[in-house]
Design a protein around this ligand. Structure first.
Ligand code: SF4
Ligand code: SF4
Length: 180
């Protein structure tokens, strides 16, 4: 997957580099150059008035979301400990799930994760947990692929993650892969 720049269309206007909060775009010789720290959030594509940017490498397929239901929260852990933001999201998720008349679920990925039972005090109905050394370090590509697979398998209608520094780099990749 990459952001492709149409060099004929790009005018070097810098709108994209201003819109990229990840500082992943440089303008060189009046052309946009995308850096390796791009997280595929798509913000640059939306602001480019010259249609000079596109995400390539995604499989085109017709999406059928008719089976998707329930609210799902990504519970982030640090050294196996649940972050407070996850509890806040569960509380909001519970309100949303009750309004929609559906279940509140959550996903946690990590290594040596602490006992998750008290998460159910925040209204959680079901928890999907993967405790593996693969998730010891917060490597966004690894987490993004695992979460995409979980979303495809468990089919939540709404998926929410906290705006932590990890969440802000990892979740846009999930959204880009799922094209949603
Ligand atoms: S916003 Fe579009 S035209 Fe302007 S520099 Fe970026 S890619 Fe080029
Ligand atoms: S897709 Fe997002 S992160 Fe990547 S270059 Fe564009 S604005 Fe920056």
């Amino acid at each position: 997957m990459e952001i492709k720049v149409d060099l004929d269309a790009c005018t070097g206007c810098k709108l994209c580099s201003s819109a990229c909060i990840y500082d992943a775009i440089e303008i060189e010789d009046k052309k946009a150059v995308i850096g390796d720290n791009c997280v595929f959030c798509g913000a640059c594509i939306e602001v480019c008035k010259f249609d000079a940017l596109e995400i390539t490498g995604l499989k085109e397929e017709k999406k059928d979301f008719s089976q998707y239901k329930d609210v799902c929260i990504f519970l982030e852990v640090d050294c196996g400990k649940f972050l407070e933001v996850g509890k806040e999201l569960l509380s909001i998720g519970r309100v949303l799930a009750d309004k929609l008349g559906c279940k509140l679920k959550a996903i946690v990925l990590g290594h040596d994760i602490e006992d998750p039972n008290n998460m159910f005090e925040y209204g959680l109905d079901r928890l999907y947990m993967a405790d593996d050394s693969l998730f010891k370090d917060n490597i966004d590509d690894v987490f993004a692929k695992a979460i995409v697979k979980a979303i495809q398998d468990f089919k939540p209608e709404i998926f929410i993650a906290g705006a932590t520094s990890f969440g802000r780099t990892m979740i846009p990749k999930v959204a880009a892969i799922l094209k949603t």
